[in-house]
Design a protein. Sequence first.
Length: 198
Amino acid sequence: MADVDTWAIEGLRRGEHQAYALVIEALHAPIHRFLFRLSGDVGVAEDLAQETFLAVWRGIDSFQGKSRFKTWVFGIAYRQFLRWRDRRTPQTASLDDSRDEDGAPAPVNQVIEQEEQRRVRAAVYSLPHPYREVVCLVHLDGLSYREAAEVLAVPVGTVKSRMNGAFKILRGKLGECEVQGNEVREPERVPGRPARPL
Protein backbone atom coordinates (compact mmCIF):
# COMPACT_ATOMS: atom_id res chain seq x y z
CA MET A 1 0.00 0.00 0.00
CA ALA A 2 1.44 3.35 -1.01
CA ASP A 3 2.05 6.00 1.60
CA VAL A 4 1.92 9.70 0.85
CA ASP A 5 5.13 11.71 0.70
CA THR A 6 5.86 14.94 2.51
CA TRP A 7 5.52 16.99 -0.68
CA ALA A 8 1.88 15.92 -1.11
CA ILE A 9 1.10 16.61 2.54
CA GLU A 10 2.58 20.10 2.32
CA GLY A 11 0.68 20.65 -0.93
CA LEU A 12 -2.53 19.71 0.86
CA ARG A 13 -1.78 22.27 3.55
CA ARG A 14 -1.44 24.90 0.81
CA GLY A 15 -4.76 23.84 -0.72
CA GLU A 16 -3.24 22.43 -3.93
CA HIS A 17 -5.68 20.28 -5.86
CA GLN A 18 -2.87 18.29 -7.49
CA ALA A 19 -1.67 17.17 -4.05
CA TYR A 20 -5.23 16.20 -3.12
CA ALA A 21 -5.50 14.12 -6.29
CA LEU A 22 -2.23 12.36 -5.44
CA VAL A 23 -3.48 11.53 -1.95
CA ILE A 24 -6.69 10.08 -3.35
CA GLU A 25 -4.77 8.09 -5.97
CA ALA A 26 -2.45 6.65 -3.32
CA LEU A 27 -5.01 5.83 -0.63
CA HIS A 28 -8.46 5.46 -2.19
CA ALA A 29 -8.20 1.73 -2.91
CA PRO A 30 -7.03 0.65 0.57
CA ILE A 31 -9.46 3.00 2.32
CA HIS A 32 -12.36 1.76 0.17
CA ARG A 33 -11.42 -1.89 0.86
CA PHE A 34 -11.26 -1.20 4.60
CA LEU A 35 -14.67 0.49 4.62
CA PHE A 36 -16.15 -2.25 2.44
CA ARG A 37 -14.91 -4.92 4.85
CA LEU A 38 -16.45 -3.08 7.79
CA SER A 39 -19.77 -2.13 6.20
CA GLY A 40 -20.28 -5.06 3.80
CA ASP A 41 -21.76 -2.65 1.24
CA VAL A 42 -19.91 -1.34 -1.85
CA GLY A 43 -22.05 1.79 -2.15
CA VAL A 44 -21.70 2.66 1.53
CA ALA A 45 -17.94 2.10 1.31
CA GLU A 46 -17.69 4.51 -1.64
CA ASP A 47 -19.79 7.16 0.13
CA LEU A 48 -17.72 6.84 3.29
CA ALA A 49 -14.47 6.97 1.30
CA GLN A 50 -15.60 10.23 -0.30
CA GLU A 51 -16.52 11.63 3.11
CA THR A 52 -13.13 10.50 4.41
CA PHE A 53 -11.15 12.33 1.72
CA LEU A 54 -13.29 15.43 2.10
CA ALA A 55 -12.49 15.35 5.84
CA VAL A 56 -8.79 14.94 4.97
CA TRP A 57 -8.97 18.03 2.73
CA ARG A 58 -10.76 20.09 5.35
CA GLY A 59 -8.78 18.83 8.33
CA ILE A 60 -5.21 18.59 7.03
CA ASP A 61 -4.06 21.27 9.47
CA SER A 62 -4.88 18.91 12.34
CA PHE A 63 -2.34 16.34 11.05
CA GLN A 64 0.67 16.81 13.30
CA GLY A 65 2.92 14.07 11.94
CA LYS A 66 2.89 12.00 15.14
CA SER A 67 1.84 8.98 13.10
CA ARG A 68 2.16 8.04 9.46
CA PHE A 69 -0.19 9.98 7.21
CA LYS A 70 -1.80 6.74 6.06
CA THR A 71 -2.59 5.81 9.67
CA TRP A 72 -4.17 9.23 10.22
CA VAL A 73 -6.38 8.79 7.13
CA PHE A 74 -7.42 5.29 8.28
CA GLY A 75 -8.44 6.85 11.59
CA ILE A 76 -10.65 9.36 9.79
CA ALA A 77 -12.18 6.55 7.70
CA TYR A 78 -12.87 4.52 10.83
CA ARG A 79 -14.64 7.46 12.50
CA GLN A 80 -16.73 7.98 9.34
CA PHE A 81 -17.72 4.32 9.54
CA LEU A 82 -18.67 4.61 13.22
CA ARG A 83 -20.88 7.64 12.48
CA TRP A 84 -22.60 5.74 9.65
CA ARG A 85 -23.09 2.66 11.85
CA ASP A 86 -24.53 4.73 14.69
CA ARG A 87 -27.10 6.50 12.51
CA ARG A 88 -28.25 3.66 10.26
CA THR A 89 -31.24 1.47 10.92
CA PRO A 90 -30.31 -2.05 12.08
CA GLN A 91 -29.82 -4.38 9.16
CA THR A 92 -27.71 -7.35 8.23
CA ALA A 93 -24.88 -6.80 5.78
CA SER A 94 -25.18 -9.01 2.71
CA LEU A 95 -22.46 -11.57 2.13
CA ASP A 96 -23.77 -12.44 -1.33
CA ASP A 97 -20.72 -13.32 -3.41
CA SER A 98 -22.59 -13.12 -6.72
CA ARG A 99 -21.17 -9.63 -7.11
CA ASP A 100 -17.58 -8.54 -6.59
CA GLU A 101 -16.32 -5.51 -4.65
CA ASP A 102 -16.95 -3.26 -7.67
CA GLY A 103 -20.59 -4.35 -7.76
CA ALA A 104 -20.25 -6.16 -11.09
CA PRO A 105 -21.62 -9.69 -11.55
CA ALA A 106 -18.90 -12.23 -10.83
CA PRO A 107 -17.57 -13.93 -14.00
CA VAL A 108 -18.28 -17.65 -14.20
CA ASN A 109 -14.57 -18.52 -14.12
CA GLN A 110 -14.28 -16.97 -10.63
CA VAL A 111 -17.08 -18.99 -9.05
CA ILE A 112 -14.79 -21.75 -7.77
CA GLU A 113 -12.40 -19.26 -6.19
CA GLN A 114 -15.30 -17.37 -4.61
CA GLU A 115 -16.73 -20.55 -3.13
CA GLU A 116 -13.36 -21.28 -1.53
CA GLN A 117 -13.25 -17.79 -0.05
CA ARG A 118 -16.86 -17.77 1.16
CA ARG A 119 -16.28 -19.46 4.52
CA VAL A 120 -13.27 -17.30 5.43
CA ARG A 121 -14.99 -14.08 4.34
CA ALA A 122 -18.23 -14.97 6.10
CA ALA A 123 -16.35 -15.85 9.28
CA VAL A 124 -14.44 -12.55 9.28
CA TYR A 125 -17.56 -10.51 8.45
CA SER A 126 -19.51 -12.26 11.22
CA LEU A 127 -17.00 -11.25 13.90
CA PRO A 128 -18.34 -8.67 16.37
CA HIS A 129 -17.13 -5.22 15.28
CA PRO A 130 -14.32 -4.73 17.81
CA TYR A 131 -12.77 -7.99 16.60
CA ARG A 132 -13.50 -7.50 12.91
CA GLU A 133 -11.87 -4.06 12.97
CA VAL A 134 -8.53 -5.30 14.30
CA VAL A 135 -8.43 -8.25 11.88
CA CYS A 136 -9.16 -5.93 8.95
CA LEU A 137 -6.60 -3.31 9.98
CA VAL A 138 -3.75 -5.67 10.87
CA HIS A 139 -4.13 -8.73 8.66
CA LEU A 140 -5.98 -7.35 5.65
CA ASP A 141 -4.75 -3.74 5.49
CA GLY A 142 -1.23 -4.36 6.79
CA LEU A 143 -1.11 -1.91 9.68
CA SER A 144 1.01 -2.67 12.73
CA TYR A 145 -0.60 -3.20 16.13
CA ARG A 146 0.55 0.28 17.13
CA GLU A 147 -0.97 1.85 14.00
CA ALA A 148 -4.21 -0.07 14.49
CA ALA A 149 -4.32 1.22 18.07
CA GLU A 150 -3.94 4.79 16.77
CA VAL A 151 -6.75 4.31 14.24
CA LEU A 152 -9.08 2.81 16.85
CA ALA A 153 -7.98 5.21 19.63
CA VAL A 154 -7.31 2.36 22.06
CA PRO A 155 -4.15 1.05 23.78
CA VAL A 156 -1.95 -1.44 21.91
CA GLY A 157 -2.77 -4.04 24.57
CA THR A 158 -6.45 -3.71 23.69
CA VAL A 159 -5.69 -4.38 20.02
CA LYS A 160 -3.70 -7.51 20.96
CA SER A 161 -6.47 -8.69 23.27
CA ARG A 162 -9.11 -8.17 20.58
CA MET A 163 -6.92 -9.99 18.05
CA ASN A 164 -6.60 -12.99 20.38
CA GLY A 165 -10.37 -12.97 20.88
CA ALA A 166 -10.95 -12.73 17.13
CA PHE A 167 -8.77 -15.74 16.42
CA LYS A 168 -10.43 -17.82 19.11
CA ILE A 169 -13.77 -17.12 17.40
CA LEU A 170 -12.35 -17.80 13.94
CA ARG A 171 -10.80 -21.08 15.05
CA GLY A 172 -14.21 -22.12 16.33
CA LYS A 173 -15.85 -21.22 13.01
CA LEU A 174 -13.16 -22.38 10.59
CA GLY A 175 -11.07 -24.93 12.46
CA GLU A 176 -7.33 -24.95 13.05
CA CYS A 177 -6.53 -25.75 9.40
CA GLU A 178 -7.70 -22.34 8.19
CA VAL A 179 -6.50 -20.27 11.14
CA GLN A 180 -2.82 -20.83 11.82
CA GLY A 181 -1.17 -18.95 14.68
CA ASN A 182 -2.55 -15.45 14.41
CA GLU A 183 -3.22 -15.44 10.69
CA VAL A 184 -6.26 -16.26 8.59
CA ARG A 185 -5.21 -18.78 5.96
CA GLU A 186 -6.08 -17.70 2.44
CA PRO A 187 -8.24 -20.25 0.61
CA GLU A 188 -6.54 -22.24 -2.12
CA ARG A 189 -6.32 -20.26 -5.33
CA VAL A 190 -7.44 -21.32 -8.75
CA PRO A 191 -4.22 -21.95 -10.77
CA GLY A 192 -3.36 -18.99 -12.97
CA ARG A 193 -5.81 -16.63 -11.21
CA PRO A 194 -4.56 -13.72 -9.09
CA ALA A 195 -5.64 -13.56 -5.48
CA ARG A 196 -8.65 -11.34 -4.75
CA PRO A 197 -8.78 -9.38 -1.51
CA LEU A 198 -11.19 -10.50 1.19
